[in-house]
Design a protein around this ligand. Structure first.
Ligand code: ATP
Ligand code: MG
Length: 628
């Protein structure tokens, strides 16, 4: 009866409708992959705004990545007919929401990874520690999230925190802790509290204890908390996430209403028949995922001898499925009948356990002329030239950011360390006021004579008025040529990434907040629209693709064996399960001569053996790597 006449509810099943329209103060939707949890969350927001007339400024949705936030916003704009209907609503990751709050209420300079590393290095040097900056920062992060953080002393930890405080900067973890502290002290005003009147959280199974405390603080005075997730897809245990958070929710909200969804709308029965027996090897109640779609292609099991032949198989298979070549003969599977057109490149995803696996796959795709985009955390954000360029724009966005200023001076204008530091000191205390040409001039007057600072002032004056108006890519390109920087691969990657953005300040935040699924590099000639997607299993969470290739389903890789810690079999199994359940129409599991132990947990009858052509591999080897 609820759905009658309301187009927002028309396409939803009864349980989904119940979740969308519920007036319970706290509601959990616990359900398997592809059951429409995210769709339900989006529909609920649309319903709250258009039917219940809730103000968008009283709604906050928490997503796991910046990209998921952008997608959600887009879907809502479509459902509600434009941007205006959404004005004032907050959608973002925990970090983005906290950054926004801290910026509004007093200002904060967010340290990026390189900045944090520099502070860590300074402490390491001052205290003569035998640690890398990365190891130091890992220990700091564990401590800030309430863990033991062995490896660094209280004193070293305090020194690091002190340095950050003095420079007015916050690292990634501070964003959450500082926001929580403000809430616990009752600082936020009514308007800010109202923002969380309707709080919705996607991927709830992956929140860590501090994030849980934030939710509790935010939701306390709110009207409705809506948490959706799937404990079987909890894959961030290694970072402190705790799937038991649903149980804590039940304890903290005794009247919690729980809804389960069972219809799977995403995958064919064939895909689900592979996924369910696998995940049933983990303890827990019997899982139910009822297929909604009709039968499709069997799940392929491809045995390849090497990573090279794996890459070649995948590249050729994609080429055939897109090109619509003689599919039956090649063993490729035609698009199902309910798909009117054939496949385009963006219908394919290649998933793997570790970033390192991407390189070979990229080579093979390039060889076949297949456009692709790789999602992933990248090291080249910390390369010298990129740091200098980003430092320059960060400084323009936030004159308090003396560290960025120092970097820009050194890298772009060849300024000696000592001079750049004393110049940077001039800016401390600038507060979080906007940089203006007048401020720039007043502060720089004393230094204008210095050979290295003059050009910086000039460049800053020239770029400042353009920051808000022009696209990041153009600004970066012009800065590079103004400073005669050589286009290194790292700078090229930065430019490639900037293409997806229209606003410099948002781009800088996005880079600093960046999570794995948000960072991308591509072949250069093809951007997201028409490209095959490459990403880790972690990065694929929440996404879906018509055709999925799961790489390296072999011993040592899935579950991943590392020298440092034994594999957490249950978490690795969940990760494999997440990968499998991304597939809509077709799934290929690529195994090596020694298959993953998890393959034995899947009934052989539900897998179709596919042979990769060894001759093709040999020929390609010659052309890929030159003559032997
Ligand atoms: P995951 O756990 O992987 O994040 P999910 O539960 O969030 O999955 P969604 O991504 O919301 O699932 O939905 C999966 C697919 O099913 C989407 O393509 C969505 O549009 C479709 N879908 C969801 N509910 C329905 C429905 N009632 N009718 C038709 N399609 C639906
Ligand atoms: Mg989802």
């Amino acid at each position: 009866a609820l759905g009658d006449g309301d187009p927002l509810l028309a396409g939803l099943n009864p349980e989904q409708q119940e979740a969308v329209t519920s007036t319970a103060p706290a509601l959990a939707v616990i359900a398997g992959p592809g059951t429409g949890k995210t769709k339900t969350l989006v529909s609920r927001i649309a319903y709250l705004i258009s039917v219940r007339k809730v103000k968008p400024s009283e709604i906050t949705a928490v997503t796991f990545t910046n990209k998921a936030a952008a997608e959600m916003r887009q879907r809502l704009e479509q459902a509600l007919g434009g941007k205006r209907a959404l004005r004032g609503m907050s959608i973002g990751t925990f970090h983005a929401l906290c950054l926004e709050y801290l910026r509004e209420t007093g200002g904060v300079t967010l340290l990026d990874e390189d900045g944090a590393r520099r502070h860590a290095a300074a402490v390491i040097q001052a205290r003569n520690l035998r640690l890398t900056p990365e190891a130091f920062l890992r220990a700091v992060s564990i401590r800030k999230n309430g863990g033991e953080g062995d490896g660094i002393s209280d004193e070293a930890f305090a020194l690091y925190c002190d340095r950050l405080k003095k420079s007015g900067a916050a690292d990634f973890d501070d964003l959450l802790a500082d926001t929580l502290a403000a809430w616990q002290q009752g600082l936020p005003d009514a308007r800010r509290k109202n923002r969380f009147r309707y709080l919705l959280v996607d991927e709830f199974q992956d929140i860590n204890p501090i994030q849980y405390r934030l939710i509790r603080a935010w939701a306390q005075e709110g009207e409705s908390l809506f948490a959706i997730g799937d404990p079987d897809q909890s894959i961030y245990g290694f970072r402190g996430a705790d799937a038991a958070c649903f149980e804590r929710l039940q304890e903290d909200w005794p009247a919690l209403c729980t809804i389960h969804l069972r219809q799977n709308y995403r995958s064919t029965p064939q895909v689900l028949r592979v996924a369910l027996p696998l995940i049933s090897h983990n303890p827990g109640q019997a899982r139910a995922l009822l297929p909604h779609r009709p039968d499709g292609a069997p799940v392929g099991r491809v045995v390849v001898k090497t990573d090279l032949s794996e890459g070649i198989f995948i590249a050729k298979q994609i080429g055939q499925m897109v090109g619509g070549l003689d599919m039956l003969e090649s063993g490729a599977l035609a698009a199902p009948a309910d798909r009117a057109q054939g496949y385009g490149f963006s219908d394919f995803a290649i998933l793997y356990r570790t970033h390192r696996q991407a390189e070979m796959l990229e080579k093979c795709l390039r060889q076949e002329g297949i456009p692709y985009v790789v999602s992933g955390r990248e090291d080249d954000l910390s390369s010298e030239d990129v740091c200098g360029v980003l430092g320059f724009f960060r400084f323009l966005a936030d004159p308090q950011d003396a560290l960025s200023l120092t970097r820009a001076l050194k890298v772009l204008f060849g300024c000696p360390e000592a001079l750049s530091e004393s110049f940077a000191a001039l800016w401390e205390g600038a507060g979080h006021q906007m940089l203006t040409p007048a401020l720039l001039e007043a502060r720089a007057a004393a230094y204008l004579g210095a050979a290295h600072v003059g050009p910086l002032i000039e460049a800053a004056g020239a770029f400042l008025p353009r920051m808000k108006k022009e696209k990041p890519r153009k600004l970066i390109e012009e800065l590079c040529s103004a400073c005669a920087l050589k286009k290194t691969p790292a700078l090229e990657h930065l430019l490639g990434r900037a293409v997806f953005h229209t606003d410099m300040a948002a781009f800088l935040d996005n880079l600093a907040l960046g999570q794995e699924a948000d960072l991308e590099r591509s072949t250069g000639h093809a951007y997201a629209a028409g490209a095959v997607r490459l990403m880790t299993l972690h990065g694929a969470k929440g996404l879906e693709f018509p055709v999925v290739f799961l790489c390296g389903v072999k011993k040592g890789m899935i579950p991943l064996e590392t020298p440092y810690r034994p594999a957490d079999m249950e978490e690795e199994r969940r990760l494999f399960y997440v990968g499998i359940t991304r597939a809509k129409d077709s799934l290929y599991l690529c195994t090596g001569p020694e298959a993953s132990a998890f393959m034995q947990e899947i009934p052989a009858a539900d897998l179709k053996p596919i042979r990769a052509n060894p001759n093709a591999a040999q020929g390609a080897q010659l052309s890929l790597f030159g003559k032997v």
